[in-house]
Design a protein. Sequence first.
Length: 277
Amino acid sequence: MKGKAALKTGGLIALWIVVALFLLFPFYYAVVSSFREGSAIFEASLWPANPTFANYEAVMTDQPFAKNILNSLIVAFSVVVLSLGLATFASYAFGRAKFKGRRLLLYTILGVSMFPQVAVLSGLFEIVRLFGLYNNLLSLVFSYMIFTLPFTVWVLTSFVRDLPVEIEEAAIMDGASSWTIVTKVFLPLLAPALVTTGLLAFIAAWNEFLFALSFTLTNEQRTVPVAIALISGASQYELPWGNIMAASVIVTVPLIVLVLFFQKKLVAGLTAGAVKG
């Protein structure tokens, strides 16, 4: 029995190592390639013989990449704040209030997020142009809400349903209004869910490419995914892989830091927020 248990443990460890290598290798390759210049990027060594920061310097000086990062931060944080703000009150209504068509409306909201982006792109473009938001960060905030808001509403609603009704009844007995119940009672209890949905919404807005490419025209308004895709070399025949890898590392590190910082709340939110019909 001990031999079988040891074999099983060893197999699980080996499997975890394979999965970890499979997941981490692309990021490792990007980091290593970002420190190589010229033809050295095609070397097969595990670490560059002469590491250099030239690619990072080129990315930050040859184009307004710092401005692109700022644009992504503004858009992502705006999307998170608006999504969580609206979803908190919507989830309270869906989770506590009883009205006709509640389940149908909730499934409709979820169904909206299932449409592929390209299916709604032309309609969104017409709306953005109609309101004069083309080549404006507001167009990205507006369009990103389409796939972040349904998700946050659905997940937070499941959390609100799991909260004990006695807490709300006690607050009502003390004379608390609906606003006070949501802001003073539910918000602290929803902290794991807010962190989970907020972080996932931030990552989705940070990495979005199609809408950002379609609704922005100049480098001053573009976000980092589009800026990285449009990095060009000295000629049309050159593809600056080193610069692209350096830019990818720069925009990936903040996401890794956020996930590690909120790791405990993220795990708690994912495990406690099981979706119920």
